[in-house]
Design a binder for this molecule. Structure first.
Ligand code: AMP
Length: 488
């Protein structure tokens, strides 16, 4: 979910593009909130700045939302006990700090004509600002700056009577990516947008149903994986019974390819494939496409590890841990400022000097976004005495921003948007740099190549081929053009 509209320039609310989320829901288990807290722990990598849980005890909804990690907020007995009931859902997210952010922390909750309604959202709605302006014009009063709240207002103002009809009516008006877990006094609804951009899986734990962004969250509570919630599917759990409906016109799914490259945890299974195995496969493709003579293959931890193993196995060059990572620092990419990001890189990684000294090394990472991480790591390897530093990236160049729920900066800040590979190599000060090709990435996912007409995945960050309209983005661009045409 997105806290404002998808542009990196500060908007009227002073927020920026930031979203990375995970959702988890349990229907029909004693102490549901405790299970949700466990599930959110396993999804913490999807968003580390805020977490929330909402429960339903048969009479009332209870919510606890807080800035910070799941641990620290949901490991106290009194917090979990207050979230009474057998149905609960939760959310982890990236956000800004302070009060403005707290009101955006999910699940969001509202009292509607049909009763209470809680919603947890992973993804991003690409026409949220457009809809929001129209809803405000018609009298809606927004409590947050979150795109997710737009869905609540569309449900609230729908002309249909029944809650499910209202919900479907709302979803038919939104464009973009949404994997949702919603709660009403009647039950739980889990659904995925027609393209299935963000993941959502279904599991079973004794008599209860579980929904989660990734299978690792099923593992942590001991639930068994049943199947993925299908793109365009709504799964409704009511009185312990499960029902599935598909209210949208069927279209070819385009799940996010970046989940495979970076976002999902390697121990997750998605579309019947192990994320870890796919990442190793990407590394192997990279070794075939871009070989180089060297002494060691070294992963940039942790995101580059599986691809580096694949590269090493394919090339026959030994895999070694040449960079040691401190596990007590958060992810660098999602720190608020460039300065903190820069410091974060130094805090997080250290060279294994004894190993590096005098060696020709191949560094493997999953992606280059701004180039900050790669530059620091290459410099660190040289300081540690590396003879040559070759960088290999287990994704194609990230040339376009994501409008579907992955936190990427605006296009102008993406290193690959304005530079070719040779210029990027110079920027990161590597002796050579290569990215896996888009077809190589598809091959690692079991496809012969990227289908030009109907690609199997949303790969817009690498190709600019966005599978939906980008209404907010286009409206913003045209209003900027209008300003240029008529300067004040
Ligand atoms: P940068 O330093 O801006 O080039 O960022 C690249 C690093 O950030 C890589 O090591 C990736 O593992 C990581 N990364 C890429 N995309 C994301 C994302 N959306 N959120 C957090 N980290 C990311």
């Amino acid at each position: 979910m997105l806290t404002t509209h998808p542009f990196d320039t500060p908007d009227e609310f002073g927020d920026k593009l930031r979203e990375e989320c995970g959702v988890f829901g349990v229907s029909g288990a004693e102490g549901a909130a405790a299970l949700v807290a466990l599930g959110l722990h396993a999804l913490q990598h999807r968003g580390q700045e805020a977490a929330g849980i909402t429960s339903w005890d048969g009479h009332n909804f209870h919510t606890h939302r807080a800035m910070g990690h799941v641990a620290g907020n949901f490991d106290r007995d009194e917090v979990i006990r207050a979230l009474a009931g057998t149905v609960a859902c939760g959310h982890v997210r990236y956000s800004t700090t302070g009060e403005t952010a707290l009101r955006n922390v999910q699940p969001l909750y509202a009292e509607l004509a049909n009763g209470g309604f809680a919603i947890a959202h992973n993804g991003n709605i690409s026409n949220a600002m457009h809809l929001r302006r129209e809803l405000i014009r018609r009298g809606s009063i927004f409590q947050s700056t979150s795109d997710t709240e737009t869905i609540i207002h569309l449900v609230a103002t729908s002309g249909y009577r029944d809650l499910l009809d209202r919900f479907i009516d709302a979803l038919k008006q939104v464009e973009g990516a949404y994997s949702l877990i919603c709660m009403t006094p009647e039950g739980m609804i889990a659904c995925r947008d027609p393209l299935g951009i963000r993941p959502l899986v279904m599991g079973k734990l004794e008599d209860s149903y579980i929904f989660a962004s990734e299978t690792v969250a099923l593992d942590v509570v001991g639930a068994s994986y049943v199947r993925d919630v299908e793109p365009g599917e709504l799964v409704i759990v009511k009185d312990g019974e499960l029902r599935s409906i598909r209210p949208f016109t069927a279209i070819a799914p385009r799940p996010c390819i970046f989940e495979w490259v970076y976002f999902s945890r390697p121990d997750s299974i998605a579309q019947d494939r192990s994320v870890y195995t796919v990442r190793k496969g990407i590394g192997a493709e990279l070794a075939i496409e871009s070989p180089v003579e060297a002494d060691l293959v070294i992963p940039v931890p942790d995101s580059g590890v599986p691809a580096a193993i694949g590269y090493a196995q394919q090339s026959g060059i030994p895999f070694e841990l040449g960079i040691i990572r401190s596990h007590y620092v958060g992810r660098t990419f999602i720190q608020p400022s460039a300065e903190v990001r820069r410091l974060g890189v130094k805090l997080k990684h250290n060279a294994n000097r004894a190993l590096i000294q005098g060696k020709r090394i191949i560094l493997v990472d999953d992606s280059i976004v701004r180039g900050t991480t790669s530059l620091k790591i290459v410099e660190m390897m040289r300081e540690a005495g590396a003879a040559e530093v070759h960088m290999r990236i287990a994704s194609p160049p990230t040339t376009h921003s994501c409008f579907y729920g992955v936190d990427t900066p605006e296009r102008s800040k993406l290193l690959a948007a304005k530079h070719n590979v040779a210029q990027m190599a110079e920027f990161i000060k590597a002796d050579s740099l290569a990215f896996v090709s888009i077809d190589g990435l598809y091959r690692a996912l079991g496809e012969a190549k990227r289908g030009e007409v109907l690609p199997r995945y949303c790969d817009a960050c690498f190709t600019g081929d966005y599978p939906t309209d980008l209404t907010d983005h286009d409206e913003q661009a045209s209003s900027q053009l209008a300003l240029l045409d008529h300067p004040a």
